[in-house]
Ligand binder design. Sequence first.
Ligand code: GRF
Length: 202
Amino acid sequence: MPDSKIKIAVLVSGGGTNLQAIIDAANAGNIPDGELSLVIAGREGVYALERARLAGIEALTITKKACGGSAQFEERIIRELESRGIGLIVLAGFLSILSADFTGHFEGRIINIHPSLIPSFCGEGFYGLKVHEAALARGVKLTGATVHYVNEIPDGGEIIAQRAVEVHDGDTPEILQRRVMEQAEWIIFPEAVETVCRRLRR
Ligand code: GRF
């Protein structure tokens, strides 16, 4: 087992409530095999950056626009990750789809949270509220969240953890999104981060 903890980078594009759940778990001593080392925001000015600042975690903003395209954007992210010896990349509401080059480069070292029970309501085009709108339109009685490894297929990598959440009569996409976060995402994501760090240290 390597002596050092796995250095974790969290990639975000929004409010960062999942990032916060991971920060809280780390502060509570529940991620003993990992060390939160870097936050990368793919958008300027998102609240996730403030959460990183308050937690004392180094944070960078890297946008496709500033980099001059997708390939340069990914190259820049790879450089920042490698120069810090990052061992696990956590996608927490990160809205850019990463190329097969990128996912292949970090095989087995990228995980994502998706707000449904994969294979339902997942893949290209299913992100944010769209996932919950689709679940309500189909009339499912249970939905939930899934943490999975990231490969070249959107939401197609091996499943690490899932948790089911009830759909209630009268739910709006916003109400359902919030329940899935509170009752599934914020619980299983930090747990899965620790599970994967432990696996990587073996
Ligand atoms: C979450 O619902 C997550 O499942 C999805 O994007 C949302 C991110 O929210 N991929 P936050 O930025 O973690 O608050």
